[in-house]
Design a protein around this ligand. Structure first.
Ligand code: FES
Length: 135
């Protein structure tokens, strides 16, 4: 993912409607590092963006005791966008549930076992020059 247009920030974040496109090798600027200083361990922020193809995507950024994790909020079942509910990510399509801190599946679609679908995809995160970059 080279270019990403962040259009809104949901959940806990200060509303930074930063619009950032990037062909940088580090990927796309997601947010200023300073915007995360008040985020507690276990809390997640949801960023909504638009890919160059105009597909809406969500990025879930979670602060864990081991650092930040950025997940692609696209359900691995059939591609719907998941919704943050406390510490879990829920897909309203067929009810898959993921752990926001890892992207691991808690429950598969329609109550199927958790190994019936893959975990959410993770972005690589770089904290550089005052920005969080994802790729
Ligand atoms: S698209 Fe998410 S459970 Fe089917």
């Amino acid at each position: 993912m080279g270019a990403l247009l962040i259009t809104s920030v949901l959940a806990v974040a200060e509303a930074s409607t930063s619009i950032t496109k990037s062909d940088d090798p580090l990927g796309a600027k997601l947010t200023k590092s300073s915007a995360l200083k008040d985020v507690k361990i276990g809390q997640s922020l949801v960023y909504r963006g638009v890919e160059p193809s105009h597909k809406t995507i969500e990025v879930i950024l979670t602060k864990t005791k081991n650092g930040l994790i950025a997940l692609d909020g696209t359900c691995t079942s059939k591609g719907e966008v998941v919704t943050l509910k406390k510490t879990q990510l829920i897909c309203v399509s067929q009810g898959s549930v993921y752990q926001a801190s890892t992207g691991e599946v808690v429950l598969g679609p329609n109550g199927s076992p958790k190994d019936s679908i893959p975990s959410l995809n993770r972005y690589t995160i770089t904290d550089k020059s005052g920005w969080i970059w994802i790729k």
